[in-house]
Design a protein around this ligand. Structure first.
Ligand code: UGA
Length: 471
């Protein structure tokens, strides 16, 4: 593989930690910095703070060798050629990203620059952040010949973050200087040149020696916008299919068939057309709002983005109304909630539609028995266990004596339920599926009334379809 680069990654959240271990995996020497001493200690001693496939293995392999953890930012910056900023950019009151962590880190970096460094923004940031970082470094007296600032947005998804990093669709480098672009090319060379994929230990995936990763060099501003626009576009795809799903329901059409038919057009593509409860997580809701704010600041009327958020919020209401329509009244009803995470494969509950729906159901007087394969500890922090919020240890315990079973997160485990057993434990065989994990006919055959998203509801023959007025 090419010559290793000494890299410092500041921030050990999802993006920082995954980037740090993956840079080590492709042969670089990495120092990962966090100002949370406790976290640094846990990481140094073998802890794995987040639920992410392959992360425990890669941490075990590289900890103390290719990656070291520290809270000493100055020393880490001094010994590194490239400094990646991967700190949080939470949503502020106006919808804009709060960049105060980025600014604080940049001021600290400025004090430690002793030779030429490439400062790389990896956090999701609005356009011109690159410019601001350059300005702040300049104000702190760093000489222009001692640094360049590059934007290198991250496109990883939670749950598949390691594979997304090592087998990316694309790597985007926004650099206004050729010298800095060259450092980034060297860093990613094992992926773009393909040498990583030749290693016996390489995790197999979409890329390989003959189809290596692609790297696109753009201006800093373009790279910043690529990140926001990509997330906003994916969110738009989801809101679009959800709006179509609501229409499909009114005419007894089937959104799964509609999405399949649309997705077969190679210009549209089949991905991110799964109708359901809407998107959540730490990225889409925040990034759609932040991108809208950016447009507003520039005097551009990008109302489409507001609509994307609006459809997404409405989708939870639509689901709540389906639960009410199926159960008539909610006070005193017992509901099994399958899923708490914002999507399957993660323990993350930030902006999770499942949590919002559960809160609403409890407010409306129902009792909820929830189960999630990974997110229960985190959920307990926002939805403490109580008489009306029960945490179950498996699907069937959650479903015991339930008036209805709600599927709120697309965990694989929830698509493979033993339906005969489920039917035996529930009080009434009603499944309301916010993620379309089942074929309606299969549910009918197992004796369930089945309500899903964008597909005709299926009622057991003796029950009959409720009239609209009952909603
Ligand atoms: C998203 C992007 O997919 C990543 O490319 C990006 O790097 C990341 O945000 C980020 O900015 O850090 P992530 O939030 O991990 O990744 O999750 P996704 O897999 O994109 O799902 C987001 C939400 O959309 C989930 O709630 C999911 O259930 C929902 N979704 C996704 C749908 O409702 N329908 C779909 O067809 C796809």
């Amino acid at each position: 593989m090419s010559k290793p680069v000494s890299i410092c990654v500041i921030g050990s959240g999802y993006v920082g930690l995954v980037a740090a271990v993956c840079f080590a995996e492709i042969g670089h020497q990495v120092t990962c910095v966090d100002n949370d001493e406790e976290k640094v200690k846990v990481l140094g001693e073998g802890g794995v703070p987040i639920f992410e496939r392959y992360l425990p293995e890669l941490l075990a392999k590289h900890r103390g060798r290719g990656v070291v953890f520290t809270s000493d930012l100055s020393a880490a910056v001094e010994q590194s050629e490239a400094v990646f900023i991967a700190v949080g950019t939470p949503q502020g009151d106006t919808g804009a990203a709060d960049l105060s962590y980025v600014e604080a880190v940049v001021s600290e970096i400025a004090r430690s620059i002793n030779a030429y460094k490439v400062i790389v923004e990896k956090s999701t940031v609005p356009v011109y952040t690159n410019e601001w970082i350059r300005r702040v470094l300049h104000r702190h007296g760093v000489k222009p010949q001692n640094f360049d600032v590059v934007s290198n947005p991250e496109f990883l998804r939670e749950g598949t973050a390691i594979m997304d990093f090592l087998h990316p669709d694309r790597i985007v480098v926004g650099a206004n200087s050729e010298r800095a672009a060259e450092v980034l090319r060297r860093i990613y060379d094992p992926l773009t040149g393909g040498s990583y994929y030749d290693q016996p230990y390489a995790l197999p995936g979409r890329c390989g020696t003959s189809v290596p990763a692609k790297l696109l060099v753009t201006s800093a501003q373009s790279a910043e916008i690529i990140k926001h626009a990509s997330n906003a576009f994916l969110a738009l795809k989801i809101s679009f299919i959800n709006a179509v799903a609501n229409l499909a329901e009114t005419v007894d059409a089937d959104i799964v068939d509609i999405a399949a038919g649309m997705g077969m057009d190679s210009r549209i593509g089949p991905r991110f057309l799964r109708a359901g409860l809407g998107y959540g997580g730490s990225c889409f809701p925040k990034d759609v709002a932040a991108f809208h704010w950016v447009a507003q600041q520039q005097g551009v009327d990008f109302q489409l983005l507001q609509e994307v958020s609006k459809v997404n919020e409405t989708q939870k209401e639509v689901f709540f109304n389906k639960v009410r329509a199926a159960l008539w009244t909610l006070p005193g009803k017992r509901l099994a909630a399958l899923g708490l995470a914002f999507k399957g494969g993660t323990d993350d509950i930030r902006d999770s539609p499942a949590i919002d729906v559960i809160k609403k159901l409890i407010e409306a007087g129902a009792t909820v028995a929830a189960y999630d394969p990974a997110a229960m500890d985190r959920a307990r922090e926002v939805l403490p266990a109580s008489e009306r919020m029960i945490y179950a240890t498996n699907i069937y315990e959650a479903a015991q004596d339930a008036d209805a079973v709600l599927i709120l997160t697309d965990w694989r485990e929830f698509a493979e339920i033993d339906l005969t057993r489920l039917n035996q434990v529930v009080r009434f065989p009603i499944v309301i599926d916010g993620r379309n994990l089942y074929k309606p006919q299969a549910m009918l055959d197992h004796g369930f009334t089945y309500v899903s998203v964008g597909r005709p509801p299926c009622y057991q023959a003796q029950e009959g379809k409720p009239r609209k007025l009952m909603v």
